[in-house]
Design a protein around this ligand. Structure first.
Ligand SMILES: Cc1cc2nc3c(=O)[nH]c(=O)nc-3n(C[C@H](O)[C@H](O)[C@H](O)COP(=O)(O)OP(=O)(O)OC[C@H]3O[C@@H](n4cnc5c(N)ncnc54)[C@H](O)[C@@H]3O)c2cc1C
Length: 418
C-alpha cells in the first residue's frame, strides 16, 4: 500500500510514455531519464547488512538501488573469512535476543527459498570463569528467553570436549542450537534474490556524496547521480566517510584471523568439533570453528581461530594488509594454553575490519534531521553478522514503513555515551 504512495508520480509518467510515438520512445525524454534514476530506496553498501536490506525492499515491491564500491562479496570490508558464529544466549546483552530469534527465522527462510545452506548447526562451547560477565551474561539471556544451554564442570567438559584443556576454575556451557553462518554465500544469495525481485545492483561504484533536496535524497556516485525517497546507509567500515560526523562514534580496526593445521585433523572436523568462545582471564576473548571441508566451503584450509580484541586502528581505504606483529605468538599462546593437540603450523593469516562503537553495541536508527528519510546501520563491533538477516528486514521496515516491530530502540543514537 505504501508503495503506491511513493510511485504515484512515476506511474503517471509511465502511462504518458506508452502514449508516445515510437521515435520519441527510443529517445528517452528528460522525464523518463529522471524516472529511471529515481528509486523508492537506495542502499549504500551491499555487504552484510545492505544485501538483505535490498532483498527485503525488493521483495515488498519497492524500486531499489543497491550501490557497492567493490564486488559482491569481497575481502576489503568486514564480511570475509568463510564463517561467522551464530548464537542466542547473548552475553553482550539480552535485549539482542528478539533480533536473534528473527534472524534465525530469516536464515531458515533464506535456505528454504534458495535451497542452499548458510547455517551449520554444529553447537558452541563457551569456556570462562563463573564470575565473569561473559558466563553470567550467557546464563542471563538463557534464563530470560529460555535459550537452551547445558552447563558442565571442567571434569565433565574434559570428556565432552577432549581437544580442550580446561582450567579447574572454569565453567563450561554448551549451546546446542548455535553454530556458524557462511557470510560470503549469504550475501551472494540475498543479492541474487534481491535482483530476482527487481532490485538494481551497481557494483564497483562508490558513493561520493549524498544530500537531501526538495523532499528527496540525491546520491552522487562515480558512475552517475541517482535520487530516492528513502536512503539506507550500511557502509560498514566506511560509515564515517559517508556520514562524516560519525567519526568520533566509530573506531575501525584491523583484525587478524588464523587457520592452523592441527596434528590430527579428524578430531577437529565439522560434525565432531563445535564452535567455541573462550575468555582467557589475561588476554580476553578467543573464538574458533571446526575444520570445514574445502569441497563444501572453499578455503582457507584448516582450523580457524581468532582473538576478539581491538587490533590496529585503520583507515578502511589504506589498510596495511600485512600480518600484524605478534599475531602468530598470540595464536600459539591460546593453542598451547587451551588446545595443546591443535598446536602445529599456521596455514593462513588474513585480515578483516571491525567497526566498533564506544559501548560495542550496534547503531540502528534514523539519522537525525532528515525526517526519517535516512536510516543508518553501522558500528557492528565484531558481532553483527549473525543478525544481518534480521537487520535487513528491520532496515527495510524502518525506511519504508517508518517503524519496525522488533525492539531495537536500545541500538538508537540517543543512548548515553555514544
Ligand atoms: C575478523 C572478524 C570476525 C567476525 N566474527 C563474527 C562472528 O563470528 N559472528 C558475528 O555475528 N559477527 C562477526 N563479525 C562481525 C561481522 O562480520 C560484521 O559485524 C558485519 O560483517 C558488518 O557488516 P556491514 O554491513 O556493516 O559491513 P560490510 O559487510 O563490510 O558491508 C559494508 C559494505 O559497504 C560498502 N561501502 C562502503 N562505503 C561505500 C560507498 N561509499 N559506496 C559504495 N559502497 C560502499 C563496502 O564496500 C561494503 O561492501 C566479525 C568481523 C570480523 C572482521
Amino acid at each position: 500500500m505504501k508503495r503506491r504512495e511513493f510511485i504515484t508520480k512515476s506511474a503517471t509518467a509511465a502511462l504518458s510514455v506508452s502514449a508516445l510515438s515510437s521515435a520519441q520512445a527510443t529517445n528517452p525524454s528528460e522525464g523518463e531519464q529522471q524516472q529511471a534514476s529515481h528509486f523508492d530506496a537506495i542502499v549504500i553498501g551491499v555487504g552484510s547488512m545492505g544485501a538483505p536490506a535490498c532483498y527485503h525492499l525488493a521483495r515488498n515491491g519497492y524500486k531499489v538501488l543497491g550501490i557497492e564500491q567493490f564486488d559482491i562479496s569481497h575481502d576489503q570490508g568486514s564480511h570475509a573469512g568463510q564463517s561467522r558464529i551464530i548464537r542466542m544466549a547473548y552475553f553482550e546483552h539480552p535485549d539482542y535476543v528478539p533480533l536473534l530469534q528473527r534472524s534465525y527465522e530469516n536464515w531458515k527462510s533464506l535456505e528454504k527459498q534458495t535451497k542452499a545452506r548458510v547455517f551449520e548447526n554444529c553447537g558452541l562451547a563457551y569456556f570462562g570463569r563463573p564470575d565473569s560477565d561473559f558466563i553470567k551474561g550467557i546464563k542471563k539471556s538463557s534464563e530470560l528467553y529460555d535459550v537452551p544451554i547445558a552447563r558442565s564442570s571442567p571434569d565433565k567438559a574434559k570428556s565432552l570436549f577432549p581437544a580442550f584443556s580446561v582450567p579447574d576454575d572454569f565453567e563450561v556451557i554448551y549451546e546446542p542450537n548455535a553454530g556458524f553462518i557462511t557470510p560470503e554465500r549469504a550475501i551472494l544469495l540475498y543479492t541474487q534474490l534481491a535482483m530476482e525481485s527487481g532490485a538494481t545492483i551497481k557494483t564497483r561504484t562508490r558513493v561520493r556524496q549524498w544530500k537531501q533536496e526538495g523532499g528527496k535524497i540525491t546520491v552522487q556516485t562515480d558512475g552517475g547521480t541517482y535520487s530516492c525517497n528513502r536512503l539506507i546507509i550500511s557502509a560498514g567500515a566506511w560509515a564515517s566517510k559517508v556520514i562524516p560526523n560519525f567519526k568520533p562514534k566509530l573506531k575501525v580496526t584491523k583484525q587478524m584471523l588464523a587457520w592452523v593445521s592441527p596434528k590430527n585433523w579428524d578430531d577437529f572436523e565439522l560434525g565432531k568439533f563445535p564452535c567455541w568462545i573462550l575468555e582467557d582471564p589475561e588476554r580476553g576473548s578467543y573464538y574458533g570453528f571446526p575444520i570445514l571441508p574445502p569441497e563444501r566451503f572453499g578455503g582457507p584450509l584448516g582450523l580457524k581461530l581468532a582473538h576478539h580484541f581491538p587490533g590496529e586502528v585503520s583507515d578502511p581505504d589504506k589498510v596495511n594488509r600485512n600480518v600484524t606483529a605478534g599475531t602468530e605468538d598470540d595464536i600459539r599462546y591460546v593453542l598451547e594454553k587451551y588446545m595443546p593437540s591443535a598446536q602445529a603450523s599456521i596455514l593462513s593469516l588474513k585480515s578483516c575490519l571491525y567497526t566498533t562503537t564506544t559501548d560495542e553495541n550496534f547503531i540502528l536508527d534514523y539519522l537525525p534531521g532528515f525526517n526519517k528519510q535516512v536510516v543508518v546501520a553501522c558500528g557492528f563491533s565484531g558481532h553483527g553478522f549473525k543478525m544481518s538477516s534480521g537487520i535487513g528486514e528491520v532496515l527495510a521496515d524502518m525506511a519504508m514503513k517508518g517503524k519496525t516491530d522488533l525492539p531495537v530502540g536500545f541500538l538508537g543514537l540517543g543512548r548515553a555515551g555514544l
